[in-house]
Design a protein around this ligand. Structure first.
Ligand SMILES: Nc1ncnc2c1ncn2[C@@H]1O[C@H](COP(=O)(O)OP(=O)(O)O)[C@@H](O)[C@H]1O
Ligand SMILES: [Mg+2]
Length: 332
């Protein structure tokens, strides 16, 4: 007998919609993305792009610890699915278009507690609040390989009103280095993911998110091991802003634009820092390698697109750096 008594909890919010899950329930491994956000954003497109990514990953399995949530079902507002389940959402919520996919496992409290302490240093009231706050239970970590914090540990804020959330908590490159995390492997995994999305799924990967989180319980691929974060994988999510990519110059321009528009996940060329440049070289080398593997049967013109994209990104990176020469930390 299905259990329709457990209430859905909101585990995330974006411009497209809100994301919900059932905890302690037979369906706890599912995430429901409701199309109840800004007009013009579409879970139908999310579904179509997500399916392309899954098919591509099936054809070209990444060799790095990259996980892609399974994509289960697109639900229409009139579908019978809603009938028994609407009561499981808070009062006032109506049936809408929704996408059901696999829930990315949350970072367990024993690890997210350490992250709360790291970010709320000097403000134990805030740290304790976050550690016990139900809304901060759904912790995912964003690896920002393309950004360092401007001011390392600032003088600690003791304000009760300082805001901090464990949902999508950003770990910047300097923090990952300090925590001994394997930024090189993260860069390689991101490069594999981007090559797979561009040349296998043939999408621009616009606005796709990367998160570090535990591997799925069964059938998980290889994983990263870390003393601080435990066993974890890199997951990708949120495909609703992706568009098909044309295999030509216009496609390269589009992919370059998406690369810089995205949150600062990817390592960046031309920032001026030696460690950042090294990480960019790791990313580039791996991207070119993965691209050749995926495009083994493509035409020569298509295979050349990968190198063209890397050149275009380097050119754009240096251009951005020279434009922001007066504000070195704002080059993202
Ligand atoms: N499958 C999932 N598993 C766990 N958390 C998710 C999942 N999908 C989305 N989320 C959470 O919900 C947030 C919003 O979802 P997202 O797909 O990014 O929506 P939007 O398109 O509105 O940005 C994400 O940033 C993430 O924190
Ligand atoms: Mg999002």
């Amino acid at each position: 007998m299905p259990d329709y008594a457990t209430q859905y909890r909101c585990i995330g919010k974006g411009f497209c919609g809100s994301v919900w899950s059932l905890e302690g329930h037979q369906d706890e491994n599912s995430a429901i993305k409701r199309e109840d956000g800004a007009p013009g954003r579409s879970v139908t497109n999310d579904y179509e792009m997500h399916m392309r990514v899954l098919q591509s990953a099936h054809r070209h399995p990444p060799s790095t610890p990259l996980s892609i949530p399974q994509c289960h079902e697109l639900i229409q507002p009139t579908d019978a699915w809603w009938q028994p389940r609407l009561q499981q959402f808070p009062a006032g919520y109506t049936a809408c278009r929704a996408l059901i996919s696999e829930r990315i496992p949350k970072v367990p409290r024993r690890i997210s507690d350490k992250i709360a302490d790291l970010f709320c240093v000097g403000n134990t009231t805030l740290a304790e609040f976050v550690k016990n706050n139900a809304d901060d239970n759904a912790c995912l970590i964003r690896p920002y390989l393309g950004r360092r914090r401007r001011h390392k540990q600032q003088s600690p804020s003791t304000s009760r009103f300082q805001r901090f959330s464990l949902r999508n908590v950003p770990l910047h490159l300097d923090q990952m280095e300090a925590l001994g995390l394997d930024t090189t492997s993260y860069a390689e995994t991101m490069a594999d993911a981007l090559a797979m999305m561009h040349w296998g799924a043939r999408i621009d990967a616009n606005d796709v998110e990367f998160v570090l989180a535990p591997p799925r319980k069964v059938d998980s691929p290889s994983a990263f091991q870390s003393e601080y974060l435990g066993t974890h994988c890199m997951w990708i999510l949120d495909f609703d802003c992706c568009r098909p990519l044309t295999m030509d110059e216009a496609g390269i321009e589009r992919a370059c634009e998406a690369f810089f528009k995205n949150d600062p996940f990817f390592p960046k060329p031309g920032t001026g820092g030696a460690a950042d440049e090294d990480l960019w070289q790791v990313f580039k080398k791996r991207f070119l390698m993965a691209s050749l593997r995926i495009m083994a049967e493509a035409t020569e013109d298509e295979r050349n697109l990968a190198a063209k994209l890397m050149e275009r990104i380097e050119e754009e990176g240096h251009l951005r750096k020279s434009r922001t020469a007066d504000q070195p930390d704002s080059a993202n």
